[in-house]
Design a protein around this ligand. Structure first.
Ligand SMILES: Nc1ncnc2c1ncn2[C@@H]1O[C@H](COP(=O)(O)O)[C@@H](O)[C@H]1OP(=O)(O)O
Ligand SMILES: [Mg+2]
Ligand SMILES: [Mg+2]
Ligand SMILES: [Mg+2]
Length: 411
């Protein structure tokens, strides 16, 4: 089978829970009817939170953008883009699980942590994020820490409002360690994958900065910045492409609960609302899966695609860019079946899942259950993650069940 590998390249407002301090009979009494009801159902807009998350993601997009040439006028760079990019990609370390981590992963986590704290000073700050400072505190991590600190200072150089002349190495370590929260089902928690798809980043392929906010265990907003994703569709449908968008890369997706999903480019143009594809016939569908065979069972995906009658070859790309691409209808299905023993983390799916669901799609585990982000940093799920539009989901679930049963009985 030919493989398509991409390279380089208001509905009802959200209502808060009724105020539990108000005794239930009073809510319905004649003495205080309307006032209580209005106070009890204050809509939560998350406007401030979204603005802060977008600010952080845009800054990182500009910084990590594949070809900085046209953007240096904005004053974010002390180095030319190509040199900076080479530096970011050259300092690669291996974590205890053997996965790679770079100056960009650490730097991105520190920048997001600083910006959220500074932009939202009145809110209690909890961040569940992928990286920690353990290796950077060792003697062997000092050179890397210096590079990260320079990257953070270069990124935040124009932020006079933050009233910090320069960030020290200790400031950077503390900002990274802000990400140690465990999350859970109560209160608010930011969820961050500072570079999702580090392997794609290192290859010059797809990667994403993925930031989401949980409230009472539910994802209420998500921002997904994909610096290498073309503005034009990467699927066969090409519904968002125009002459000028063909060569442009750099897409930022954002979504708030019950308010839809939007996509914005780096050139300052207005956001456009996006929707998942409306395809109903699986034979016309195309599907995304991991570029890395070690991240997802490609043979299981191809068995599912065959059962569904999907004709197009898989589109294999790294990171949550798959969720972004699916949210604008570039493809119709995303299949993810990690190898046995792998535990999915919430930062690998929180932003992507709200971007897809607010665009009209459905995200479930292989048994059809919605993803539960309230259990701490891991997702506790059945076998894998499947994503598609509402029309295709019933037949996709049937094909997934049949393929998994076949696989189990062949063992
Ligand atoms: N062995 C693994 N199986 C599945 N996913 C993995 C594995 N190792 C790392 N990942 C994570 O999977 C995601 C990328 O998957 P893909 O590109 O295949 O969709 C990333 O979040 C990556 O982490 P990271 O954020 O460190 O890059
Ligand atoms: Mg990683
Ligand atoms: Mg990740
Ligand atoms: Mg990561």
């Amino acid at each position: 089978m030919a493989i398509n590998c991409l390279r380089g390249v208001p509905r009802t407002p959200f209502l808060s829970k009724p105020n539990s301090l108000i005794p239930p009979p009073l809510l319905f009494s004649r003495r205080a009817p309307l006032v209580v009801t209005a106070a009890a159902f204050t809509p939560m807009s998350y406007d401030k939170e979204l603005a802060a998350a977008k600010k952080a993601a845009f800054k990182l997009m500009f910084l990590l953008y594949a070809d900085f040439g046209g953007l240096s006028v904005l004053g974010f760079f002390s180095l030319t883009g190509k040199v900076q990019k080479a530096l970011l990609q050259s300092d690669v370390h291996s974590k205890s699980d053997k996965s790679p981590v770079t100056v960009a992963d650490y730097g991105s986590q520190a920048v997001v942590s600083f910006i959220l704290e500074k932009e939202l000073p009145t809110e209690s700050f909890s961040l569940v994020a992928e990286e920690d400072s353990g290796d950077l505190r060792k003697e062997s991590g000092q050179e890397t820490l210096k590079r990260i600190t320079k990257l953070v200072n270069d990124t935040l150089v124009n932020e006079e409002a933050y009233a910090i002349a320069t960030f020290s190495m200790e400031d950077v370590l503390r900002a990274i360690d802000n990400g140690k929260s465990e999350g859970g089902s109560s209160g608010r928690h930011w969820v961050l994958d500072p570079i999702d798809g580090t392997k794609g980043f290192l290859r010059g392929d797809q990667y994403a900065i993925a930031l989401a906010l949980l409230n009472e265990g539910k994802v209420v907003l998500g921002v997904l910045a994909c610096p290498n994703l073309p503005l034009a569709s990467i699927g066969g449908n090409n519904q968002h492409s125009s002459e000028s968008s063909h060569d442009k890369v750099g897409c930022l997706f954002f979504a708030k609960v019950d308010e839809g999903t939007y996509m914005q480019s780096l050139d300052g143009s207005s956001p456009v609302k996006v929707h998942v594809s409306a395809i109903e016939n699986p034979e016309e569908a195309s599907f995304f899966e991991s570029f890395e065979a070690a991240h997802s069972l490609h043979d299981l995906s191809s068995s599912i695609a065959k059962k569904l009658g999907v004709k197009a070859p898989p589109v294999r790309i790294d990171s949550q860019a798959k969720y972004g691409a699916l949210s604008r209808g570039d493809g119709d299905i995303y299949l993810r079946f990690p190898h046995k023993g792998y535990r999915e983390k919430i930062w690998d799916h929180a932003a992507g899942s709200i971007v897809v669901t607010e665009a009209g799609g459905v995200v479930t585990d292989a048994a059809g259950n919605p993803l539960d982000f309230s259990k701490g940093k891991y997702l506790d799920l059945d076998t894998g993650i499947i994503v598609t539009n509402q029309k295709l989901m019933p037949s996709l679930l049937k094909a997934v069940r049949a393929s998994i049963e076949e696989k189990v009985s062949s063992l």
